[in-house]
Design a protein around this ligand. Structure first.
Ligand code: CS2
Length: 508
């Protein structure tokens, strides 16, 4: 390998079109901790913080904490925390070296290192991207899952926690017992009312540790909700080679994203706050309308395309949406069924947002794998599909289109079971349960749907009992498990959905 690796010494020798940190990096001090330093964080919150540092507003550097794989301390450490953020928009490539991360702490074997950072008096803002399942909550209710093995472990061993709620509760306990400084815990994951869920799981855990901690949290900790957005798929070797070929250096911590980015944060803080609102983030009183818009439209489209795309034999989102039938399906679903469920969003036209979102998904340089988006669907479909379905049913609206990707999620997991030939490997906390259902029931779609809808951690019982919903999902599963799933999607898409809703059995 001839190209040099990214390092502080290399910064001055990088080509002029690579943007570099525009501030005095050695003067930075730890101020923000982030749990879950994956591609998304490096492409989003760390870039906003880099923008803020370039404004010379403050000297708050980030300390990253990884409590789950991958190990990152060495890779980023070798580069002194520097990494490249590549924007790719079809043929455009724009490189920028980000310097806001001071170091990353790997805390996977034990939480000790994570706790040390989180309990430190320097840190008054903790952001996190720990994925939907990291909160150990019950997706259909938002409550802490006390039966979760990690939660049961942490309640019994509070000094050596391994779950996010357990680690945060322990860190807060240490803060209370030492310096007592307030702190904001800011969730940046795609779960609805993410601040409320984070508050729920941490408070519920803390209450079991004792009233004193619970009261201290009430007085000193804020849990704002936030909506975060930028498409940043897992980095590939090909991306790393692109940087080497175009810009002449290697970067093992590279991240690639689209140009679009958005961050809307509820204005509810404890302690000092980085003024991300000066560099493009928005502080608002209520994130809910923004969160519905993003999760139901952009994420809803991604999830739909991922399941239908895998079933149709497509690898990436951009290839899936290039298929005319799937493109038409997802546009109709969003405009006819999802859009009417949205609340008014200050400053944004929902119809224009739908078009903008669909256009973002056509970006050919963002190679977002359908299987990556399909991961952990049980944790994603509530906010992306089931909540809009529930709202549609409440007003008597059609759900014929929104039900198809719900069936798509089921078909995706069912086809990964032994009985259906293990078509692909899946990763979802409910994968084993659904494989067991598929293996025992076989191919009777109605019986499969009955058994899967009975999982009340995912499906709210009232929704699961709705006959219109059950009928559409069973018809969807039948079509998607047939020999011609794309033909089925084409058929669903061909007619007016309301007519089919009223006469579901006519075409059979
Ligand atoms: C994706 C998201 O993998 C997934 O679930 O839908 O990571 C999505 O790309 C981001 O939410 C975009 O902001």
């Amino acid at each position: 390998m001839s190209a040099k690796n990214l390092s502080p010494a290399l910064l001055d020798r990088l080509p002029p079109d690579v943007r570099k940190p525009a501030y005095d990096r050695p003067a930075l001090k730890p101020g923000i901790a982030h749990i879950g330093v994956g591609a998304f964080h490096r492409c989003h919150q760390a870039e906003y913080t880099d923008d803020l540092l370039a404004k010379d507003f403050d000297h708050w550097g980030l300390v990253g904490i990884n409590i789950r794989p991958p190990l990152l301390a060495d890779t980023l450490g070798r580069q002194d925390g520097l990494y490249t953020r590549l924007i790719r928009q079809n043929d455009e490539v724009e490189a920028r070296v980000i310097g806001s991360i001071l170091r990353v702490v790997d805390s996977q074997e034990s939480a000790a290192r994570a706790l040390e950072v989180l309990a430190s008096p320097d840190i008054e803002m903790v952001t996190m991207t720990v994925t939907e399942k990291g909160y150990c909550h019950i997706p259909s209710s938002g409550a802490l899952d006390l039966d979760h093995p990690d939660i049961a472990h942490d309640l019994a061993n509070s000094g050596a926690p391994r779950s996010v709620p357990g680690i945060l509760a322990r860190a807060l306990e240490r803060r209370m017992a030492s310096h007592g400084r307030p702190v904001t815990l800011l969730s940046c994951d795609n779960i609805p009312t993410n601040g409320i869920i984070l508050g729920n799981v941490v408070r519920t855990f803390a209450e079991r540790r004792g009233r004193q901690l619970a009261d201290w949290i009430e007085a000193n900790v804020a849990f704002p909700s936030a909506m975060v957005d930028r498409i940043a798929p897992a980095t590939t070797e090909a991306d790393i080679d692109t940087v080497e070929q175009r810009f002449g250096y290697r970067d093992g911590a590279l991240v690639v994203g689209e140009r679009f980015r958005q961050w809307v944060i509820e204005h509810r803080f404890a302690g000092r706050v980085p003024r991300w609102d000066l560099v493009g983030a928005t502080f608002v009183d209520d994130v809910t309308p923004f969160e519905h818009l993003k999760m139901r439209v952009l994420n809803g489209a991604q999830t739909t395309l991922s399941y239908l795309g895998v079933l149709g034999g497509f690898e990436h989102t951009f290839e899936t949406i290039a298929d005319p039938v799937l493109a038409r399906f997802v546009r109709r679903m969003l405009t006819e069924e999802t859009l009417p469920t949205l609340m008014p969003v200050p400053g944004i036209s929902p119809a224009a947002y739908v078009e903008q979102s669909l256009s973002r998904l056509t970006n050919t340089a963002i190679r977002h794998r359908n299987h990556q988006i399909a991961t952990d669907g049980s944790q994603k479909i509530v906010q992306r599909l089931l909540n809009p379905i529930r709202d549609r049913l409440a007003i008597g609206g059609s759900i014929a289109l929104l039900s198809v990707p719900v069936a798509g999620w089921m078909a995706y997991l069912i086809k990964a079971s032994a009985r259906f030939g293990r078509a692909w490997r899946v990763s979802d906390p409910f994968a084993d349960r659904i494989a067991a259902i598929a293996d025992s029931i076989g191919s009777d779609s109605k019986a499969l749907v009955d058994a899967i809808l009975a999982i009340d951690a995912i499906f709210d019982p009232q929704l699961a009992a709705d006959t219109t919903f059950r009928g559409h999902v069973a018809a969807g599963l039948d079509g998607l498990l047939s020999g011609d799933p794309m033909g089925f999607v084409g058929q669903v898409c061909a007619g007016p959905t309301d007519a089919r809703l009223k006469q579901p059995s006519r075409s059979a």
